[in-house]
Design a protein around this ligand. Structure first.
Ligand code: COA
Length: 334
């Protein structure tokens, strides 16, 4: 299959993830808000999620994942030329989390920046890293998806607090030589959906004040049903587009790795695409929605379960706040 990115072929040469050890179960949430384990499991597919201890930030999770991914690629941090971090929960407004990660891992030759695409953070970071390496201007790039969602979740709001968890994933993107690697990508945004999923305060529009804190505006606000409908429709649309232009059908795809926001979103989109459950990875049960962390976490679990092997044709897809929509088609290369 021809590399549609149009430059030199690129591949994922290392993948690793990290979640903080502390687990927050549905049973724990039953003690915090009016909810039940049964409701959460049935409506979302989530059983538990991992949550950081106070003082642990996004760059800390990203560091753990990045160091392991670099080692898996057979490299050292000094070999990394470029770092992009997809995150909605940077350690702080500035400096960027990419700068903090660069320092923490000792990537002395790298430059980089953060990318704001919410749940599409990893797919967009992978697309960006692919271009940097594909252009021939960089040899090894680190694409990270990392979020500490617990830092912006209102644990008195049952409509959102049951959904999210903390986690990080990192891949190294390197030149490819053996026919495996990144094949194509498709992305789009629809800013008209901005109000459906956002954190209203803390930016330049509504800087932090006593009022914004009193009104609980520094937390995730969501119109769950609007997001749900958009996510099902757009996951299908973006995947159908990339499949069609690469002249592949559901039969050709070995594994569908969607962003993990809700089991029902993933299974509805897969069904519409004609992908049977055995070609779909769902691990939301263990992690909840870790925003930019979900796709690398799902890839890692697929490998551990023996469902993802070198040479497999893999379709990644995501829909996130913005709205952001993304998809990457690749032949698995590790
Ligand atoms: C949030 C979501 C799970 C809610 O599921 P839903 O089936 O749409 O549920 P609704 O919002 O219609 O609520 C149904 C009922 O459950 C209640 N409910 C909401 N959260 C609840 C909870 N945690 N526990 C128990 N009941 C809950 C609602 O109050 C409502 O009660 P009512 O019928 O008495 O008014 C679902 O809309 C969703 O997953 N949306 C997409 C979220 C997402 O993917 N976000 C990230 C995008 S990247």
């Amino acid at each position: 299959m021809v590399n549609k990115v149009g430059f030199r072929p690129t591949k994922i040469s290392g993948l690793a993830t990290f979640v903080p050890p502390r687990v927050l179960t549905n049973k724990d949430l039953e003690k915090m808000v009016e909810t039940t384990d049964e409701w959460i499991l049935q409506r979302t597919g989530i059983r538990e999620r991992h949550i950081v201890d106070p003082g642990v930030a996004t760059s800390d999770l990203a560091k753990e994942a990045a160091l392991k991914a670099i080692a898996q690629a057979g490299l050292t941090p000094a070999d990394i030329d470029f770092i992009v971090v997809g995150t909605t929960t940077p350690d702080m407004m500035f400096p960027s989390t990419a700068c903090l990660v660069q320092d923490k891992i000792g990537a002395t030759k790298a430059w980089g920046f953060d990318l704001g695409a919410a749940c599409s953070g990893f797919v967009y970071a992978l697309t960006t890293a692919t271009h940097m390496v594909g252009a021939g201007t960089h040899t090894h790039a680190l694409a990270i998806g990392a979020d500490v969602m617990s830092s912006i979740i209102d644990y008195t709001d049952r409509a959102t607090c049951v959904l999210f968890g903390d986690g990080a994933g990192a891949v190294v993107v390197s030149p490819a030589t053996d026919g495996c690697g990144i094949i194509d990508f498709a992305n789009e945004v629809d800013g008209s959906g901005g109000r459906s999923l956002c954190m209203p305060a803390g930016g330049s529009l509504r800087p932090a004040s006593h009022e914004t804190v009193d009104q609980r505006l520094h937390y995730v606000k969501q119109d769950g049903q609007a997001v749900f409908k958009f996510a099902v429709r757009k996951t299908e649309e973006i995947c159908a587009r990339i499949m069609e232009r690469n002249k592949i059908t559901a039969d050709d795809i070995d594994l569908f790795v969607s962003h993990q926001a809700n089991r029902r979103i993933i299974m509805s989109a897969a069904e519409r695409l004609g992908l049977p459950p055995e070609k779909v990875i769902v691990n939301i049960e263990k992690y909840g929605n870790t925003t930019a962390g979900t796709i690398p976490l799902a890839l890692t679990d697929a490998i551990a379960e023996g469902r993802l092997k070198k040479g497999n044709l893999v379709l990644l897809a995501s829909v996130g706040a913005g709205f952001t929509v993304g998809s990457v088609l690749l032949r698995w290369s590790i």
